[in-house]
Every structure is written in structure tokens, then in C-alpha cells.
Ligand binder design. Structure first.
Ligand SMILES: [Zn+2]
Length: 199
């Protein structure tokens, strides 16, 4: 294979960070100035690519983090996510084929900043913080979390952020996480039933 165990685990570390940044792309866009893009069909070969760059970087070909994923077929091999495998038919000008759900692992990964620099450490702290989901409102405050509220209507997608001060106000008013969720109403379409996400 030509890949040492050490190199593969470095790929996996970078890939896990990149996938988490992608999962929380709204946060990382707003608060850390990062833009992610996920290509599910690179050159028809079944490989997928996740690219992260600074939003203010005009150079379209420079990325902070690049991860190339490929399908994994061995049962015992570690996988990082599941997704549809899309490949071409090894012929020109034929539509690509969706070959169904497959497991994907990291084939290569690069990060342009030092893994231990303050910025990369901050991203990892962000990911750890954003991965929590306390089931009480006071739990959210204790974990130092803000709240991203997203309209539950399919056609609206309006979203807003409740700051810690907002959440403190709701706790002081006696609201629980459940009652807050029930009372939130979209300012655009007036629909209730918003989704709340750690921010
Ligand atoms: Zn709405």
C-alpha cells in the first residue's frame, strides 16, 4: 500500500476535523471565516473531496485543508462516513451511476497550518464544544453554548442565533428547553416548531 500506519492516522485526524467543520459549516463560516465544499463525484472514479478554505482568500486553488476520500470494501477497515458512491461508466459521455450507500475512508489529507498552532487548536475546541447537546437549557449555559434556531418549514430556512444573554433571559423567565422550543416562532413565516442546534 505504501502508506505507513502513522501517515494513515494523520490522514484520519485531519479528515475527522474537516468532516466536523463541514458538519458545523454555518458556525465555521460565521465565526471562523471558513468555507467548506464537498465534492461527491471527483472525476467519475468514486473518490470524493472535502475542501476548506478561508472565505477571504481569493485564490480559488488554495485550500487550508484538503481531504480525499475513497470507498472502503474491507469489513474491518475503519470508515469515517457513509454516502452514495457515484462513478462514471468508464466511457465518455455516459451519465454517472449512483452505486448506492458505501463506506468512505481518507485516502489523503493535507492541512496548511501547523496541527498544534492556536488556530487549529481553536477549531478542535470548537468542534468539541459544538458536539455537545445538553438536554436542559441551564446545561447549555453551563457548557457555554449559543443556540442556532432554524425554521422547521421546508420552504423557509430562516435562522437566527440566540446568544448566551438571550438564553439566560429565557432561563430567568422559567423556560425549559422544551418550552422554549415550543414557543419559538419564525419571524418570516410565523411557523412554530423550529429546530435548535448548538452554536
Ligand atoms: Zn420560517
Amino acid at each position: 500500500m505504501g502508506i505507513t500506519a502513522g501517515k494513515q492516522s494523520m490522514y484520519d485526524d485531519i479528515a475527522r476535523l474537516a468532516l466536523a467543520i463541514h458538519d458545523h459549516s454555518y458556525f465555521f463560516s460565521l465565526r471562523r471565516g471558513l468555507k467548506t465544499s464537498f465534492s461527491r463525484d471527483l472525476n467519475g472514479s468514486g473518490t470524493q473531496g472535502l475542501y476548506i478554505k478561508r472565505k477571504d482568500d481569493e485564490d480559488v486553488s488554495s485550500f487550508l485543508i484538503t481531504v480525499i476520500f475513497g470507498p472502503i470494501y474491507g469489513k474491518d477497515e475503519e470508515f469515517l462516513y457513509e454516502a452514495d458512491l457515484i462513478t462514471d461508466q468508464r466511457k465518455d459521455y455516459e451519465p454517472t451511476i449512483n452505486r448506492g450507500k458505501h463506506r468512505f475512508g481518507a485516502r489523503a489529507a493535507t492541512i496548511e497550518v501547523d496541527w498544534h498552532c492556536d488556530e487549529a487548536r481553536q477549531w478542535r475546541l470548537d468542534v468539541a464544544r459544538l458536539s455537545q447537546s445538553p438536554d436542559t437549557l441551564t446545561g447549555w449555559l453551563e457548557a457555554n453554548l449559543e443556540m442556532l434556531v432554524r425554521c422547521g418549514s421546508r420552504n423557509c430556512w430562516h435562522s437566527a442565533i440566540l446568544s448566551k444573554t438571550d438564553l439566560e433571559r429565557h432561563v430567568a423567565a422559567g423556560l425549559t428547553l422544551e418550552s422554549l422550543r415550543e414557543q419559538l416562532k419564525c419571524s418570516e413565516c410565523r411557523k412554530r416548531g423550529a429546530r435548535v442546534i448548538v452554536f
